[in-house]
Design a protein around this ligand. Structure first.
Ligand code: SAM
Length: 273
């Protein structure tokens, strides 16, 4: 696609942080996710991951939360080969190539129209994988998605960009649409969102962050009583931390001693409905 970057809106540009993070992870000597598609897709759109503002510890967080969400999807489609998978705010992440679901699964990568148009050009097409252009705050966007199959829904890096009421309405729409399933996303505490707005690596998205954040992982159960929290994954306590470079490893292990401090870092929350 040449070297002119796509004409994304400010909120769409947030995908560069995560795409760049995964590409840098794949370049590192001890990658966490090791996804070569991030680098390949970045090259296709003329994006140089080395220009990303995310710092080393954020690269690991981005890669590790993607890995944990992959695991949620992989386990679910293993148990439900007739499942529908939704990756909400998929950006230019080719999660499907990492998860490799059975061919009986229908997979939907959902993002705003500008991103989805680029996605259709740069992400290799696959049978039963659909790139869906939609604003997730639009109450009608689910109309074309099968409603009679179990669903696993992931949102990697999305929640920060939706207002609290919009995200709560989205959850309700999803749990009403499907008979049963799981929803998983990385959580954002109030501190986390404050940090995103003020840290050097992520300050570029400060103007498009809408969610105020939530400190209690059970808060989404109050927004949508059909949801039950089944897992809170504190990335600071993940076994992958053992492979981090010494300084980051010891800092992370120190944080992991306290649940409250670990929650200030990245968490992946999984709910059943
Ligand atoms: C930080 S990026 C994460 C992208 C991808 N999940 C990844 O990990 O690379 C957030 C994504 O959410 C999308 N997004 C934000 N608001 C949205 C909305 N209202 N409807 C659909 N997508 C949205 C953005 O366009 C962007 O691609």
């Amino acid at each position: 696609m040449g070297t002119t970057l796509p004409a994304f809106t400010p909120v769409e540009k947030s995908l560069y942080l995560t795409l760049g993070g995964r590409a840098l992870d794949s370049r590192s000597p001890h990658p966490v996710l090791n996804d070569p598609t991030a680098e390949a897709i970045a090259a296709k759109i003329g994006y140089d991951p080395a220009t990303t503002s995310v710092v080393t510890s954020q690269v690991r967080d981005i890669a590790l939360r993607a890995k944990k969400l992959d695991e949620v999807v992989r386990r679910f489609v293993g148990q439900h080969p007739d499942a529908v998978v939704l990756d909400l705010g998929a950006g230019l992440d080719d999660r499907c190539s990492r998860v490799r679901p059975p061919s009986t699964v229908d997979w939907y990568d959902v993002d705003l129209p500008g991103v989805t148009a680029v996605r259709r050009e740069v992400v290799a097409p696959r049978a039963n994988v659909h790139a869906l252009a939609a604003d997730l705050t639009d109450p009608e966007w689910l109309a074309g998605v099968p409603a009679d199959r179990p669903a696993v829904i992931v949102a990697d890096g999305l929640v920060a960009f939706l207002g609290e009421a919009d995200f709560a309405a989205l959850l309700k729409r999803l749990t009403s649409h499907f008979p049963a399933g799981e929803v998983a996303f990385n959580g954002y505490t109030r501190f986390h969102l404050w940090a995103i707005k003020h840290y050097r690596g992520t300050g570029s998205i400060a103007g498009v962050v809408r969610h105020p954040g939530f400190d209690d992982p059970r808060e989404p159960e109050r927004w949508d009583p059909d949801l039950t929290l089944v897992e809170e994954i504190l990335l600071a306590r993940a076994p992958e931390v053992a492979g981090y470079p010494a300084a980051i490893r010891w800092f992370t292990r120190l944080a992991a001693l306290s649940t409250a401090v670990s929650r200030r870092g990245t968490t992946v929350l999984r709910y059943r409905f």
